[in-house]
Design a protein around this ligand. Structure first.
Ligand code: NAP
Length: 324
């Protein structure tokens, strides 16, 4: 039997259990995958802790992985055994093998390894929709990017630079500042010791940024609003510090007729056409050298608890990959 990381209850990283799981043959429309690399994402922490619903317990954690097609279910015609594939967002990824709907899978180009795919599918598709849809970045825009040395952050910064933005990155340490700069941040705010709105106003001649891509949530919500230019866009896409508290929409008026959006990747890849569009652009950006993939931590999948603890303690940079 393959092994997987499951939770039987919500809690801290100690609730992760490495245990054998049943795996039936793939059903109609499904394939069986031997997984070779699994992505670590902050959403895995939210599901583990109970902030986001996990469905019925016990549940296999994880959203994103890459691997090799090992068996085809009835009716699957566009894939063959031996294909290298990956997926960004299908619950049950922390496993050595699994069944998965074939239409959730993308075939990997030769330029992208399975480890790289596990590092960028969820995070890179997120960077894509943030920059092309939530607020389409224009050349010359100043934008604010939180956790700029993180998994999504490093991809977002690199891509935004290629789109011609001036990127102001918020980071939690001097080492992260160096990494964020090396990846294209024009300006850095060390937001654990500097005031974000004050620094943004100083860096933008008082105007503010066109968009704030805020993945930190509760701790930075008001700072983001206070850093925007009139008609600026607040893209609240994560809760690393906890979820944003309910707020009176009137503050969007008083702070400059601001726009607020709270997107999720799930909507942005809900159809096969959307998934293929985003993945096409992502693989192209990697192939063109616009995005340099940084896997700065790897862990045995069996030690996912250690990976979760590091992610939550802000110890990681770039992407982390779990190896089954
Ligand atoms: N809505 C969506 O579609 C979507 C999709 C993907 C990811 N996300 C969100 O994007 C964010 C980044 O995800 P990721 O997987 O790439 O993680 P990550 O950015 O690699 O790691 C999280 C980072 O957040 C920062 N942070 C600030 N306050 C924190 C706190 N109280 N606890 C822990 N970290 C804190 C830390 O960077 P510093 O030390 O530099 O502050 C930390 O390294 C997460 O909030 C995630 O939920 C959202």
């Amino acid at each position: 039997m393959p092994k997987a990381i499951r939770i039987h209850e919500h809690g801290d990283a100690a609730v992760l259990r490495w245990e054998p799981v049943e795996l039936s043959p793939p059903g109609p429309g499904e394939v069986r995958l031997r997984q070779t690399a699994v992505g670590l994402n902050f959403i895995d922490v939210y599901i583990r802790s109970g902030l986001y619903p996990a469905g019925e317990l016990p549940a296999i954690l994880g959203m994103e992985a890459a691997g090799i097609v090992e068996a085809l279910g009835e009716g699957v015609t566009h894939l063959t055994v031996g294909d290298r594939v990956a997926y960004p967002m299908s619950p049950g990824a922390y496993a050595q093998a699994r069944n998965i709907a074939a239409d959730k899978l993308l075939q990997l180009p030769e330029t992208v390894s399975e480890r790289q795919a596990a590092a960028i599918m969820l995070k890179g598709l997120t960077a894509h929709y943030l920059l092309f849809r939530s607020y389409p970045v224009q050349p010359g825009d100043s934008i604010l990017v939180y956790a700029a040395a993180g998994g999504v952050g490093l991809l977002l910064v690199q891509w935004a630079k290629h789109l011609g933005a001036r990127v102001i990155g918020c980071v939690g340490s001097d080492e992260k500042a160096e990494l964020a700069r090396a990846n294209g941040c024009d300006e850095i705010i060390l937001y654990r010791r500097e005031s974000i709105p004050e620094r943004v106003r100083a860096l933008t001649a008082g105007e503010g940024v066109a968009a704030a891509y805020d993945s930190v949530g509760r701790a930075t919500f008001m700072d983001s609003l206070d850093s925007l230019r009139p008609f600026g866009v607040m893209v609240s896409y994560g809760n690393a510090s906890g979820p944003v508290e309910p707020f009176n929409p009137g503050i969007l008026a008083t702070k400059g007729s601001l726009y607020f959006t709270r997107p999720t990747l799930a909507t942005h890849i809900a159809t096969r056409a959307l998934l293929e569009e985003g993945a096409g652009r992502l693989f192209e950006a990697v192939g063109d050298g616009k995005l340099h993939i940084q896997i700065n931590q790897t862990y045995p999948l069996a030690e996912a608890a250690r990976a979760h603890a590091d992610l939550e303690a802000r110890k990681t940079t770039g992407s982390s990959v779990l190896l089954p």
